[in-house]
Design a protein around this ligand. Structure first.
Ligand SMILES: C[S@@+](CC[C@H](N)C(=O)[O-])C[C@H]1O[C@@H](n2cnc3c(N)ncnc32)[C@H](O)[C@@H]1O
Length: 294
């Protein structure tokens, strides 16, 4: 089987299952199976697959036919220009989360010598991207960086990704249920600037039931469901913990689903009435991140 035949076979199999991006999916899976770039494969329709490559490719196409996400099949996802390892224990990083990284970098540059905490770190995509940006600006030594998650498997993946990016000594990954144990252990934070970034699960149980099969069947439920009728209970607890820490000079930036903006605004006004809150839209014009300063 050569490249041209492999792509033709995969395209037709994937198109039949209703996958919109069947051509790109086929190309990415072929690139994964052969270890050749997409550009090389397109330029070499005659390239012949070895028996092992063919077996990997056909197996990958079969998994994709069952709606397994391409990133889980290949084990990789590009985020903020970094190639991250992903697996069934971590959410596949979404492009819109890059906004959280941009905001995190902006906040870090305004608050030199701060501590930056990535709450619900998953694959580590947010804190690793920030660490790399600070390293490129030769600023990394001026910050303390943490990634926190409730899932030990996610933390294992995040540590693996930090090693892959040469940042294993620059980020501390901790297990925690939101921020309580972090605040208890890090008493020396008091009085110093603190930046907290969060992409916590925000789906209600009802919305979770309505997710496309490719998400609900494959991606971890603990990374998606935020509890409570509106899915925002984790954010309620998160803001209450920050208020109870009784500290000032805190900047929080968090991601949410566009229709939750008003509800979140009320939650923040109720939990931290003295904070300055603002919201930003994503590139498609939908509310996506909030910033809380006090
Ligand atoms: C929406 S995912 C975000 C992952 C990653 N930050 C990203 O943006 O791709 C939410 C993460 O929060 C973690 N999580 C869920 N409940 C948590 C809790 N109570 N305390 C800490 N982490 C939690 C999940 O394990 C998951 O990794």
């Amino acid at each position: 089987m050569n490249t041209k035949e492999a792509l033709r076979k995969a395209k037709s199999a994937l198109a039949k299952t209703g996958l919109k991006e069947y051509y790109l999916d086929a190309l990415v899976l072929l690139s994964h199976a052969t270890n050749k770039s997409k550009e090389y494969l397109l330029a070499h329709p005659e390239f012949k697959l070895s028996p092992d490559q063919k077996a990997i490719f056909l197996r990958s196409v079969n998994q994709r036919k069952k709606k397994a996400p391409v990133a889980y099949i290949t084990g990789n996802k590009e985020f903020f220009g970094i190639n991250l390892s992903v697996n069934k224990h971590v959410l596949i990083p979404r492009p819109e989360t890059e906004m959280l990284v941009e905001k995190g970098i902006e906040l870090a540059s305004k608050h030199a010598h701060s501590t930056v905490v990535d709450m619900g770190t998953g694959s580590g995509c947010v804190i690793i991207s920030i660490a790399r940006a600070l390293k490129n600006q030769s600023q990394l030594n001026n910050y303390k960086l943490f990634g926190i998650d409730i899932s030990l498997e996610a933390l294992k993946t995040a540590r693996q990704n930090s090693r892959k990016s040469g940042l294993e000594n620059d980020i501390i990954f901790l297990k925690g249920n939101l921020l309580r144990s972090f605040f208890e252990q890090q008493k020396d934070l008091i009085g110093k600037p603190l930046i907290i970034l969060a992409n916590l699960p925000y789906l209600s149980a009802g919305l979770y039931q309505k997710l496309p099969q490719g998400i609900s069947y494959y991606e971890p439920k603990t990374a998606l469901v935020g509890h409570g009728d509106d899915g925002l209970d984790l954010y309620r607890r998160f803001f209450a913990q920050i208020r109870d820490f009784r500290q000032s000079n805190i900047s929080i930036c968090f991601e949410f689903s566009p229709e939750q903006k008003e509800r979140l605004e009320k939650i923040i006004n109720n939990k931290i009435p003295f904070a300055q809150t603002s919201f930003q839209k994503d590139l498609s014009g939908r509310w996506r991140i909030g910033t809380v300063l006090f």
